[in-house]
Design a protein around this ligand. Sequence first.
Ligand SMILES: Cc1cc2nc3c(=O)[nH]c(=O)nc-3n(C[C@H](O)[C@H](O)[C@H](O)COP(=O)(O)OP(=O)(O)OC[C@H]3O[C@@H](n4cnc5c(N)ncnc54)[C@H](O)[C@@H]3O)c2cc1C
Length: 510
Amino acid sequence: MNTQVTGVIVVGAGGAGLTLATELALAGTPAVVLDRLPGRNLQSRAGAIQPRTAELLALRGLLDEALGRSIDYRLVGGHFAGLPVPLDYAAWDTRYPHPVLLPQDQLEAVLEERLAELGGRVLREHALTGLRQDADGVTITMTTPDGDRSLRGRFLVACDGAHSSVRKTVGAAFPGQAATVRMATADLVLTGQVDDSSAGHISSRIHTSPEGHFAMITPLANGLHKLIFSGPRTASAERDAPVTAEEVREVLRATHGGALDVSEIRYASRFSDASRQLEHYRHGRVFFAGDSAHIHSPAGGQGLNLGVQDAFNLGWKLAAILRGEAAEELLDSYQTERHPVAARVLALTRAQGVVMGPQRDGGLGELRDVLTDLLRLPEANRYMAGVMSGLDLRLPSPDAADHPLLGLRMPDLDLLTGDGGQVRFSDLTRGGRGVLIDLAEAPLAAADPWNDRLVRVRARVEKGAVDAEAVLVRPDGYVCWAGGAGLTATLTRWFGPAGAAATGTAGESR
Ligand SMILES: Cc1cc2nc3c(=O)[nH]c(=O)nc-3n(C[C@H](O)[C@H](O)[C@H](O)COP(=O)(O)OP(=O)(O)OC[C@H]3O[C@@H](n4cnc5c(N)ncnc54)[C@H](O)[C@@H]3O)c2cc1C
């Protein structure tokens, strides 16, 4: 059997895999992305992206296309556990202070189109069936429309979702909590009085019944709506049982008193609140990103965002290694930086599951009231808005340096360039490279040996916006140096030693 050779094998073309594939393609890294399905999954599934994901898409020039495909309905702020207090994302100084109602299939379409523009494509109907690794790489077997094939890469990234076959093949434990609640989601055509006024808080779209029914309805395109629901019948349904119109009707009757009915179910699936996370995101030369690394209930709309952000974190690091610039230790930071983020999301979704649950006894109603009051306090609201939007993330600093911007996302500032022009920070990051912004009179000569890996700009910012002589930003938009000592060490850590040869890894057959 011929074994095709590449740099990175990406297994799975959902949000995580497609993000990773576009990042690798942008960096010119040889990579192959495969998916067992014949085409994109057209069920909407995740309904919204959070502000930090919107910012990351803006960094790559993808946000306008995504906004063009989003639903024309503005969610007022974020939410915690569906409580009726909007989380004010504007408190985190972002250009995108609202969740964007972008159905998951539309985000995947945006990413796959960008991948194609960059010369990549998804190998459809290619399903991983086996995997072995050695000191230099990973070889997989896969079924394809043309029979069984094998593929070898220096690294493999498992983006193959909650039931990851890579995870099972490498024998990685997936510890956590088993499901306690079973729910379902459907893209459907509703009849009756559907309230689609063009703005509102998500809590106004949640309806419950005393018998334990839950229904959340949000608009989709083309006259469809997305219903996320549960109830006694759904709770006891088998995982693979089809979602029936009668099951949906029962929930609508209980939660909307007969005002709504369903005339067509276009897509539907079941899910649970099972909550699990890999201890290690790296197993030898195999990495895990997205739902293959962590699963949890969709409460709060975090899962797809986590996967996309995992991929943004890992992509440029793998590319730097495959280009021969950085050493493999760079990859250790993937675990250090991303594992705690998902661990916190898991904890928060479990908490939300309890608060959102149908029970009203045992003090739960009172707990909801207490939390609602707390979220009305500006400090508490800001804290929770930062967590739920992903905007509060501060990466751990690997050395003792201490600047208020270190580890934080670089704000998307307007930079005033010497020639009287103006450029937005996110205009500098389209190519996926690091950015060094010189804010002092003289540019930092110490960084010159890394000029081939950086976008450099001399600029001024509005008074008080950044208190530093210069700011170094990683390709994923996080500040890794902001003046003071240690510039050379920081450049070496994140971008590799100066003058390191770019080797590349060409795809070939043997
Ligand atoms: C009702 C609901 C609402 C949600 N709402 C939100 C929300 O608002 N916001 C949010 O961020 N998240 C939300 N989520 C979660 C979100 O859908 C997932 O977190 C997201 O799909 C994970 O993306 P992924 O790329 O990791 O995996 P997936 O999207 O599952 O993609 C995995 C891919 O791998 C492929 N694959 C699997 N096995 C193989 C194999 N052996 N070989 C080749 N290919 C393979 C699959 O075909 C699939 O295309 C919601 C989920 C549900 C169920």
